[in-house]
Structures are given as C-alpha cells and as structure tokens.
Design a protein around this ligand. Structure first.
Ligand code: MOS
Length: 745
C-alpha cells in the first residue's frame, strides 16, 4: 500500500482500542523473568558451547603474533576463532570497523579472537592463556587536538548555507557566540549484546538482541558470504537498545563462526566490560553557535557548527542539523564535521544529532534571551517558523532503507506536516508555573539550596520508512500478527496488537503478536523513533488486505463491511469472524510505502522541556526537583507506553546533563570507565518528579495511523533545560557537559 496523501477517515479513527492506555502485553513476561532473551535459549538450542571474546589490548596497530598453544591445551577448549582461521569475511553495510579484527587493529577492544569451550569458566580461563603480540601505531584520541582536521562529508549534505550569514551576523545589534561541549556517551542498555548461533548444514540460525532484524540478517549473510535466505535471525525480546543494537555486532558474527568451528551451537554474551569499547558509542562534540538578532529578539542570522570524531569513513554526529528547521532567520549556515580518530566506532545513540545538538543550541538560546532581556519562552515563540528555513537538497533519499535518489523537484522551504511548537511552549509554561521564575540568576533560595528553573525546546525528526506485516485469522477467530518488527522495551507488541484489534474489530485478548523473526515480513525495525508509526502502519496495510479477504470469503461487499465486536457485518448480514473465514485460515499481507509525502512536507515532532533544580550552596551538588515535558507528536497510540518512552528519555537526558561521560585515556586510546559501575547513569533517587503532557494532535500526513515518533523527542533539549536551570539557580553558565559539581565551584 502506497501512502502518499493525507489519510481520510479510516478504521483506526474509531479509537476504541488505539489511543487507550493498554498495559504492555509483554509486561508480565518481563517482570516475572520469563521473556526468553537470547541467553535464555537453552530449551530450543540444546548442547550449547560457550564463547568468550578477546578484545584487542591496543587501540591502533597490528597483531604481530598470536600464540594459541596453551589455550588450546586448556581443559574444555573446543575451538578458537581468529581472523587467521575464520576464512574470508566481508565488511557489512552498517559497521565501519570490522567485527573481527586482525592482523590490523582498528580500535581498543575490537574483537580479535573467540575461545569456545564446554563451560563459560573454561572459555574465560583459556582466553587468559592466549598470547598476543601487538605493534602499536600512534593514534588520535583527543577530539580537541584533531578538531581542525575535521571535514563535512559531501554525500550527507553536511554543510548548508542560506543568504549571507557572516555579513548579517556582523551587523546584528545583538550577538551571541558560544562554544559548547558534549561528552562521549555509551548506550548502557541492561541486556548486553548476546547471541546463540546454530548451523544446520548450510543453514544458520541466530538468537540475538537486535533492533533491526533485516539489517542484521543482510549484514550477517554479507559478512559470511552466504545467501540471505540461509540466515535466520530471531530477536523477539530485547532488554534495551538505544541504537547500540541497530547493527550487527561482534557477538553475532563470532557466535556463527564459533559454531561453525565447534560443529555445535555456541553462545556468546559479549562481556559487559568489552561493550563500551567493542561496540558503538555517541561521539563527543564541540559545537559553535552564533546567533544574531534585532533588539526586539528577531533572529536575523544563525550558525551552528559541530565537530565530532569517528574512525576513517565513519559519519559525523549530526548535531547541527535541527538548526536548519527549528527557528526562523534569513541568514544561516550549518556544518556537521567529522575528524578521523582511532577511538572505537561512533554511531547512532538515542536521537543521534538532535540529542547533543539541542543540548548546545538551547543553552545558546537561553544566553541570547538573557542578552536581549526577553523571556526564554517568548524568544522561542518570536522565532517560530511554519516552513523549513533551510532544507538542503539531499544527494539520496532520506528513507533509511532505500538508496533510490528522489526524483521530485526540490523545495527549499517545505511546510511542516504539523507544527504545534508554540502550543507546547505555552502549555508547558502555564502548567509548570513558569511565571514564578525569577529571571535574575541566584536569587531564589530554599534552605541550603539555590533553586532555579530552566526550559528548552524539543525537536526531533519523524522518519517515514516502509514496513511490512502479515495478519492471519483462523477459525477460532484468533488473529495473529507476524512482522520482523522488534520491541526494545518500547511497547511494540502492545501498539501492534491494539492496531490489529481496532482494524479487525477483534478484542485484544484474541490478538497474538509475533515479532523479531526474519522469517516474518520485513518491518521498519526499531530505530530513530520511526518504529511506532511505521510498524503499525504496516499492520494497518496488512489488515486492510485481510478485511477484504474476509469480506469476499463471506460473500459481503468489501467496501461496506464493518468489522466490530468480533463480527463482520454488511447489507443486513452479520457473522462471527471465525465463521466468516469459511473453515480455513485467511491471510492478509502488505507493505506500507511512502511516496513523496516525505519530501513535500517536513516531518518533525515538537516539544518543550521545563526543569526545576536545586544546587547545594556549599557543595554545588545538583539535584533535579521536577521535570515537565510537553509533546506534540501526532496521534498517541497508547498514552501509557508513550509516557514511559518520554520519561525514560527525560531520564537519559538528565544523565547526559549531569553525569554521563565515557572518559578517554588520551594516551592509551580507550574509554576508561567501560562498565556499569564506572559509567554513571541516573537512578530513581536522581529523578523525583516527572510529568508528561501530550498535546491533542493527529497528523494525517505521517501515515494512516496519523501518529509520529515520540521515543527520542523526549531526550531532545532536556540537558539544556537542566543546564539553564542550573544557571538560573547559581549564575554559573556551564557550557561543557556533564555538569558535574567541580564545574560549579
Ligand atoms: Mo536509535 S539511536 O535509531 O536506536
């Protein structure tokens, strides 16, 4: 089904089930520990051997010699995989560094060997006996030191210009020019990357933890040099991803290679202490933001430049991109530059681009508001725009799953499909009690606490991408949905069940949802907050097909058939769905695809964050007191799961603001705090009070669901709202995250 027009009324609009705060249907499985994660697959995959990954001890250079003799002779050892004996391996489409290194080493903890043994302990002991001699190269590990070598990659339209920024900025009566720093960050999901692999002849099956089943399957086949149809990937339950599990990682490949070498199934839990350096992270950024405005607060010139680091051929962290679309202003420029470095691979982490970009831009806006003597909420309202001020022509389609170039005529200033930014700001200000804020910093005290309020805008793109599903209806009237969509803790099972229930008029208890299996139709997967809207739209399309099949089978007019209360009705006739299928199972399968609606309208989600903090007047300890997010993100398919996504994102934003940082050893070239003990994330005591308001919104341009993404919007801007609150509390302007107390003393 091609979706290219604003949707008219459709079955979803009944909102009997969709839009209701239904509990997560996978909730009981998860809270009772019975959801089968990859490492729980003992029953379906017997006789598993255990793999232990050896990560490179140097960040950059080469392996001169590997001595496996002692390890091979150790008790229980079955096989040892290295690049030398693994056979020819290709590089996948999505990883920048090789998943199995050697002899060349590209980053610290890059996997260089897998030891397979009868038990985990035997594999670990034998791994300690593997002797590897390295030759170290001099590498680049300090972003500040190599920043001047950074470039804006051409293929990504990484640099844009509108009008004459330099001239307009120079002649602006009020100017701000600031530099901001965000830290290297790690996803730190609860469930580690982990896989079980089993071969049956030339057929490979892996049980893993992955957000994007079709990408993982394609890259595993490509890396091993085998046909895609010989690979099956299963990932029905995932204990968090945040972008770290968008791509095939070493655990999957090594489990497959280990199982081939051992001639039996092999399980590989990537050791926690390897994860931050072995997998991907969000690169630190340096950002320069210049804003010029009239005395009345109208922005005339705005420039946002970002510098980040990555391995050779890696992408930049696109922290400047939202600045093309968020605020008005005639003269503008943006640049996303990347410097070649030898730290582990940088890649997507929750709201890649916007999360660090908004963290900087929204401090700059606060600084500008202060210079102008205008309320920060008011300054943002003054500079609202209903068309995109700077929409560069992209060299290729922005559809993440398509490489086809767009043929449509480029519109440099497309309208937003929906933009309720001002409403978010106004609602938030009113609900938070913003008028009680004292604009003079360090002027409110509560006992030993200096108290301040801060706010920031939230902005994140809404990506449209194709997604397929299959829906089966059996004689008992049971509806089964099958799609390779994943549920990374977001509630996919639940909103997909709600969608199918609404479309077919079947009660929720009669809907079964099966996800995360590459033998099901390929979905959009879970990434970039596109999963909710697009995967349910795929289910919508499949249900439309099934409705037609059921009506025809029952001899009813498909155009007139009404599906409700477990019945199908038309022309005075009515029969239970189980009967309507006529003694057999009926199947509807379809793919939702988007035409040029994506380029005719800018698809974005909007919000506003408000935060109150207390800062201890003596120790400078920062404590969040309350947080409010107001979101305008299309139809909310399930306010309970959506709220959970937003408060989770706000918590992650609080982490970025106050504590999260992968500390670089600039001499040895690696992240030092590479485990859950050393990498600080917020705990419950850090987050006393959160509130989320969803504005009433439907976006008929986004899909037949009229929904948009929400899970990443919630993180965008939070860090800046906290930084601005800290400034309001103390008068100390910190432009370098995380805002630890040493920066306030
Ligand atoms: Mo998200 S960073 O695309 O999982």
């Amino acid at each position: 089904m091609k979706f290219n027009e604003p949707a008219s009324t459709n079955p979803i609009d009944q909102l009997k089930v969709v839009g209701q705060p239904v509990d997560r249907i996978d909730g009981p499985l998860k809270t009772t520990g019975t959801a089968p994660y990859a490492m729980d697959r003992h029953d379906v995959v017997p006789n598993q051997a255990h793999g232990y990954v050896i990560g490179s001890a140097i960040p950059s250079g080469r392996i001169v010699a590997i001595d496996l003799a002692a390890a091979k002779a150790a008790p229980g050892v079955i096989a040892i995989v290295t690049a030398q004996n693994a056979g020819k391996l290709a590089k996948g489409n999505f990883n920048t560094a090789l998943l199995l290194g050697g002899p060349r080493v590209q980053h610290y903890h890059q996997a260089v060997a897998l030891v397979v043994a009868e038990t985990f302990e035997q594999a670990r002991d034998a791994a300690a006996l593997v002797r590897i001699r390295y030759e170290r190269d001099k590498g680049a590990y300090d972003l500040q030191a190599v920043r001047h070598k950074a470039v804006a990659p051409k293929k990504e339209a990484a640099e844009t210009r509108v009008g004459n920024f330099t001239g307009a900025f120079a002649s602006s009566p009020v100017q701000h020019d600031g530099e901001y720093h965000t830290a290297h960050e790690s996803h730190m999901m609860m469930e580690p990357h982990a896989s079980v692999a089993a071969w049956d002849g030339d057929q490979l099956t892996v049980w893993t933890s992955n957000q994007m089943i079709a990408w993982a399957r394609g890259d595993l086949a490509k890396t091993l040099g085998i046909p895609k149809d010989k690979v099956r990937v299963l990932s029905p339950y995932i204990g968090g991803g945040f972008g770290s599990k968008l791509f095939l990682r070493a655990d999957v490949l090594l489990a497959a290679l280990g199982a081939r070498a051992a001639r039996r199934p092999v399980r590989v839990p990537l050791q926690r202490a390897l994860i931050p350096n072995n997998t991907t992270h969000r690169s630190a950024t340096v950002q320069r933001i210049r804003i010029g405005a009239t005395r009345e607060g109208k922005i005339t010139a705005i420039a946002h430049e970002s510098w980040s680091g990555n391995l050779k051929d890696g992408s930049p962290e696109n922290a400047a991109t939202q600045t093309r679309a968020l605020y008005a202003g005639e003269h503008r420029m943006t640049a996303n530059r990347v410097a070649e470095m030898d730290l582990p691979e940088a890649n997507a982490m929750r709201a890649p681009g916007e999360a660090p970009g908004m963290a900087a831009l929204e401090i700059a806006m606060d600084e500008m508001a202060e210079k102008l003597g205008i309320d920060p909420v008011q300054l943002r309202i003054l500079n609202d725009t209903q068309v995109v001020p700077d929409n560069p022509e992209k060299p290729a389609s922005s559809d993440p799953q398509s490489k086809k170039p767009e043929k449509e005529k480029h519109n440099p200033h497309p309208p937003f499909s929906k933009r309720q930014f001002i409403q978010c700001l106004q609602t938030g200000a009113q609900r938070f009690g913003w008028e009680r804020r004292n604009a003079r910093p360090a002027s409110v005290r509560d006992g030993r606490w200096l108290v301040g309020m801060g706010m920031a805008a939230a902005f994140r793109d809404n990506l449209l991408t194709k997604s397929a599903a299959r829906v089966r209806l059996d004689r008992r009237g049971i509806l089964t949905v099958e799609t390779d969509m994943t549920d990374i803790g977001t509630g996919s099972y639940t909103i997909i069940a709600q969608t199918a229930s609404e479309m077919m008029g079947v009660p929720l208890e009669r809907v079964r949802v099966r996800l995360g299996d590459s033998s099901f139709p390929a979905s959009c997967g879970s990434g970039g907050q596109w999963g909710g809207n697009n995967s349910t739209a795929g289910v919508y399309a499949a249900c439309m097909k099934l409705r037609e099949a059921v009506a025809r089978q029952a001899g009813l007019d498909p155009e007139r058939a009404i599906f409700a209360d477990g019945l199908v009705r038309a022309g005075g006739r009515s029969l239970p769905l189980g009967e309507a299928v006529g003694g057999r199972e009926l199947v509807g399968e379809d793919l939702i695809e988007y035409g040029d609606i994506n380029t005719r309208f800018q698809q974005s989600t909007f919000g506003a964050h408000f935060v109150e903090v207390g800062v201890d007047a003596v120790t400078c300890e920062v404590r969040i007191r309350r947080m409010l997010a107001v979101c305008a993100a299309g139809r909310i398919l399930n306010p309970k799961t959506a709220r959970s996504q937003v408060i989770g994102a706000m918590t992650m934003g609080a982490g970025a603001a106050l504590m999260e940082e992968l500390a670089v050893d600039k001499r040895l070239g690696y992240f030092v705090n590479h485990d859950l003990a050393g990498y600080e994330v917020p705990v419950h005591a850090d987050i006393p009070h959160q509130e989320v308001i969803f504005l009433d919104e439907v976006d008929p341009m986004s899909s037949p669901m009229k929904a948009k993404g929400i899970a990443e919007l919630g993180i965008c801007g939070v860090a800046a709202a906290i930084a601005n609150a800290v400034y309001n509390a103390t008068g100390v302007r910190v432009r370098e995250y995380p805002i630890t107390l040493d920066k306030l003393i």
